[in-house]
Design a protein around this ligand. Structure first.
Ligand code: GLC
Ligand code: CA
Length: 533
């Protein structure tokens, strides 16, 4: 329930964020697609889980070429998801339960069906022509540069009617906005105000690293590390199309808008190495409060690699910059598939005991795994454009598994993506009744994070990392907690362990066990220990 403030910390620092992919969370009107009333119906579940904020992937009117990440009206709700009234009700209902609500803001591109683009492509003289990035063909009719679309093919699409190419970092149905144009900026900042005025508590800002491209359209250099089987978009290094210096000015403008309201947060989606990522906090922290840190997803699951990752991240953080951690989202293979169901429990303990704001992706709390999608049910345009390389994101976007009934309690109709075959076993209802389930573990971890501020705002220090175990300390106001993670399938005995008591095991079968010098971890077990000193 409602979170009290921890002295000196904002809600987005000590809170836990939960990502909802709205098409797949809960369908309330029986069309096989999740919606806002569906989310409303599950707020009690979320409050009970103990999270503090929900981030909802895009809900705006959209032709759904990229399932909502192609927006045709930034200031409305797609009828598939409901109405603006439904949205207002959801905000009120969330707030009544002490939950914050964060929307997805998609500034890099609109839908090709957005009125701005329809106007822009109507003629070269159109008032909004320069709201997008139009260029003449090269002498031989070729695209203006070698830039590639993330979803396959050239990033330039030829427009016959006006005889120019337009640029799109993603699908050709997602033309990039021209953020160098002051009117684009104004219009897009007004979008933030529209939703902030309606009470949203912040935004997750989509694909921010793509916001601005090289003005001279210089070619991207070839990627020497590209190999067969990798995404074709990686054939070039995105030196001219990503992470351009002007982006920070645009982010600071977004932040100034958000800071005109109290207590709002901006979370940025930037896929970058640490040295580049840190710039997204902005000069004097004038940028995102939380530039997403995705590196846990890509780091080998091994104690020393994870310890080095944490150390490198902590060392790179700017003064006063608040950390954050992510294990999965609607774009990545699910953690229980990447690591297996047993290590997924250890991963949950890691995520929820690291210093910084954790984000949980819907379904991770019950250990959902990637669902194989038969070819005739593929939805993701990336998989359709570049088939067979495993790039498709549908497997991580299948319906939330609420119970053992036909469509997993997600819908009364056949869902837009298939429900996991194992849903009769892996579902919320079954796990709610099982005191040792993954769901029980998530609840216990979140509860402990709340009762022991050391876990949310305390200091972090590495104790040890070897072939099998990662041990670190969280310390706050005279309390010292040790997190001990066995990242292997063999048992592990730690000698000379400080005296204390086990607060929580990932296996949920020992609590308050005394530690007398030795800590025995079973295979795939993690423990949180309160030391006597
Ligand atoms: C982000 C989103 C992804 C989307 C892309 C284009 O990476 O997370 O789902 O396809 O941006 O908007
Ligand atoms: Ca629906």
């Amino acid at each position: 329930m409602a979170q009290e403030r921890l002295a000196g910390h904002a809600w987005w620092q000590h809170g836990v964020v939960y990502q909802i992919y709205p098409r797949s969370f809960q369908d309330a009107n029986g069309d096989g697609i999740g919606d806002l009333p569906g989310i409303g119906a599950r707020l009690d579940y979320l409050a009970d889980l103990g999270i503090d904020a929900i981030w909802i992937s895009p809900i705006y009117p959209s032709p759904m070429a990229d399932f909502g990440y192609d927006v045709s009206d930034y200031c409305a709700v797609d009828p598939i998801f409901g109405t603006l009234e439904d949205f207002d009700q959801l905000v009120a209902a969330a707030h009544a339960r002490g939950l914050k609500l964060i929307l997805d803001y998609v500034p890099n591109h609109t839908s090709d069906q957005h009125p701005w683009f329809i106007e822009s492509r109507s003629s070269r003289e159109a008032g909004r022509r320069d709201w997008y990035i139009w260029r003449d063909a090269g002498p031989d009719g070729a695209p203006p540069s070698n830039w590639l679309s993330e979803f396959g093919g050239s990033a330039w699409t030829w427009d016959d009617a006006t005889g120019q190419y337009y640029y799109h970092a993603y699908l050709k149905e997602q033309p990039d906005l021209n953020w160098r144009h002051p009117d684009v900026r104004q219009a897009m900042l007004d979008v933030l105000r529209f939703w902030l005025d309606r009470g949203v508590d912040g935004f997750r800002v989509d694909a921010i690293h793509h916001l601005i491209e090289d003005e001279q359209l210089r070619d991207n250099p070839p990627n020497p590390d590209w190999q067969d089987g990798m995404s074709p978009a990686r054939r070039v290094l995105r030196a001219r199309t990503m992470d351009q210096p002007e982006v920070h000015d645009a982010i600071a403008a977004m932040r100034r808008v958000a800071d005109g309201y109290d207590d709002r947060v901006l979370i940025g989606e930037a896929h970058l190495p640490f040295d580049r990522l840190m710039a997204y906090y902005g000069v004097d922290l004038s940028g995102f409060q939380l530039p997403f840190n995705f590196h846990l997803i890509f780091t080998p699951w091994q104690p020393s690699a994870i310890a080095s990752l944490i150390a490198a991240y902590e060392a790179a953080l700017p003064e006063g910059g608040w950390p954050n951690w992510v294990l999965g989202n609607h774009d990545r293979s699910r953690v229980a598939s990447r690591l297996g169901p047993r290590q997924a429990r250890v991963a949950a303990m890691l995520l929820l005991t690291l210093r910084g704001t954790p984000t949980i992706y819907e379904g991770e709390e019950i250990g959902m795994t990637d669902v194989p999608i038969p070819p005739d049910r593929v939805q993701d345009p990336w998989e359709r454009n570049v088939p067979g390389l495993g790039l498709g994101r549908d497997p991580a976007r299948t319906p939330m598994q609420w119970d053992a009934t036909a469509h997993a309690g997600f819908s009364t109709a056949e869902p837009w993506l298939p429900v996991a075959a194992d849903h009769a076993k892996i579902n919320v209802a079954a796990q709610a009744a099982d005191p040792r389930s993954m769901l029980a573990l998530y609840r216990a971890l979140i509860r402990l994070r709340r009762t022991e501020p050391a876990l949310s705002i305390g200091g972090y220090q590495l104790v040890s990392a070897d072939e099998s175990a990662l041990v670190y300390e969280r310390r706050h106001e005279g309390k010292r907690l040790l997190v001990v993670l066995n990242m292997t399938g063999s048992k592990r005995v730690l000698q000379h362990f400080p005296p204390g008591r086990v607060l929580l095991s990932t296996l949920l079968d020992q609590a308050d066990g005394r530690i007398q010098g030795t800590l025995e971890l079973r295979s795939n077990e993690g423990c949180i220990v309160m030391t006597d000193i």
